[in-house]
Write a protein that binds this ligand. Sequence first.
Ligand SMILES: [Fe+2]
Ligand SMILES: [Fe+2]
Length: 308
Amino acid sequence: MSAADPRREWDERAGVRTCPRRRLGDELDAGQLFFPPALVPYGDHPRVRALPAPHRRALFARHLYHYLDFTTQFETRVVNRVTERIAGGRSGLDVRTATRLDAYRIYVDEGYHSLCSLDVIDQLSRASGIAPAPYDFAPFLARLDAVGEGALPDAGRLAQLLQVVVFETLITAILNDVPKDPRVLTLVRDTVRDHARDEGRHHVFFAGLFREVWGQQPAALRGRIARCLPGLIRSSLLPDLRPVRASLAAAGLGPADVAAVVADSYPADRVDQGIRTASRHAVRLFEETGVLDVPGGREAFSTAELLR
Ligand SMILES: [Fe+2]
Ligand SMILES: [Fe+2]
């Protein structure tokens, strides 16, 4: 078995194999933060800064809970919807047993990430007394599925696979930056760091899988895939403002203030810039594989503000 052997990589490095259960300890009393302020777009808004300190703290806690709750849902309902099919040999793709084994490893990883994410919400909400708001993942999933169903109505499994390729090759500021902020609770930083390490391996797997899948597609389908991918990238990364609005209202802001804070904190150019930054590796993968060279490909990525 070589050093790059994926089984050895996973056995020696996967969070589920190597990480202890992360526990809160007593850092809440020391005033450690739930989330890096720079990653909460509305955190520094004057109407938010005017709120009493405990209300602002609860806002940051709910921002973290929403991220973790989203992760809990996404891993099992979107990523594992696809990895389970690849692992089980029912993906419609011609894949080797080694690829199926890797897909089972990812299936385990993602289930573990869901478990850890909910565990952190549970530990923090009990200790802080700040309750998580109910989070409904269904509208996000419906929006994401609608992109694939619209562009590839006769290739539903392929559309779902592309969703996962896109999401697993994004590099989000949260995975990168949360572990680096020493003001943030160690529980949160460790959990995100553990997750980011696993995702590095997933990125390699899905980039390789996409190269294989792309190579197997007939020309007519390649054009439709190329024109579908930008929509998948945008719908994966567009901020979900429903929980933001609900959280601002729960912090005591009235409807007009909530609307003003959201409008000021999520302007279109800043949202587009964030999407471009998070998707740069995914877009590079699609450039390298020739996705942008098929008719309409480059235009679709450009119209979606993904190139610049
Ligand atoms: Fe994950
Ligand atoms: Fe993943």
